[in-house]
Design a protein around this ligand. Sequence first.
Ligand SMILES: C[S@@+](CC[C@H](N)C(=O)[O-])C[C@H]1O[C@@H](n2cnc3c(N)ncnc32)[C@H](O)[C@@H]1O
Length: 297
Amino acid sequence: MRTLAAIGIFTEPSPGVYAHTLQSQTLRQPQHRAVIQGMAETATLMTALPDFLETHKWQNPVDAQPTLFGFAHQTDQTMFEWLESQPEQRAIFAAFQSSTAALAVCQLQPFLRSLLSAPPEDPSNDETREVTLVDVGGGRGAVLRQVSDELDPPPRGRIVLQDLPQVLEGVDGGDRVEVMPYNFLQPQPVHGARTYLFRHIFHNWSDGVVATILQNTVAAMAPSSRLVIVDLVLPDGGGASPYAAFLDVSMMAFGGMERTEAQWRGILGRAGLQVRRIEPLDALTPGSDQVIEAVLA
Ligand SMILES: C[S@@+](CC[C@H](N)C(=O)[O-])C[C@H]1O[C@@H](n2cnc3c(N)ncnc32)[C@H](O)[C@@H]1O
């Protein structure tokens, strides 16, 4: 208890007496245990980091392989390919994703609501065929479904949730969310959507893979489409927060990275996109994810 109090999970109002905090209350909930299991997997990987870096001459991973994950698990598959043959690990990862999305629900709900209720760029479009939002790599989409179900008046146009088929197994999008298995390394099948959303996608991948995903999306975008990214934006001049730096090295384990503003602008520019705005998802929370909006250049 002393250890947990020292790192702020509990408080110690008087000697030997411990009290719950928001963190401890949250961790008690069974759905959030997967966060601990997910972090434990990352911590195990980190024990192999010195050997991995030495083997690969201290180079930053720049492509889908080699990665610390592949090195530690002795596979040349990416984590997502590997998970396909590991149902138990896949269930933990799915629970981890749902849990982190649930923890961010206060930020996500208003954000998704604003994407779904924004007026169309081209009001003359046929609203029954128009696609309002494609949530690419959206996981199992629980928050998206909840927000879509609650919107009154109902959102105009189609709402599409895309992810790998095994992730979407058994997902019910209700009346308003279309569930569409899709591999984002292949051409995007939904053309001319108003918004293509990528939340916590690009930080999992190296620049080479991100370029492929962007290319597949750009080919499907109309002049009125926008690509919206929700991820961290690291400061250009150094000085990332400890949390952002921890996420950066965690993503490196899987061949990804957190990116600075200059890196985001560079990678989007090379894909033929022009950044329209970068702003915090939640202006009141320091270190919040940023929303990066880009359109065809
Ligand atoms: C870090 S999670 C983010 C999930 C969701 N966007 C969110 O914010 O909670 C990354 C997602 O990318 C999906 N993914 C990984 N590789 C993919 C691929 N090749 N095609 C489509 N989705 C993929 C994973 O299944 C996972 O749901």
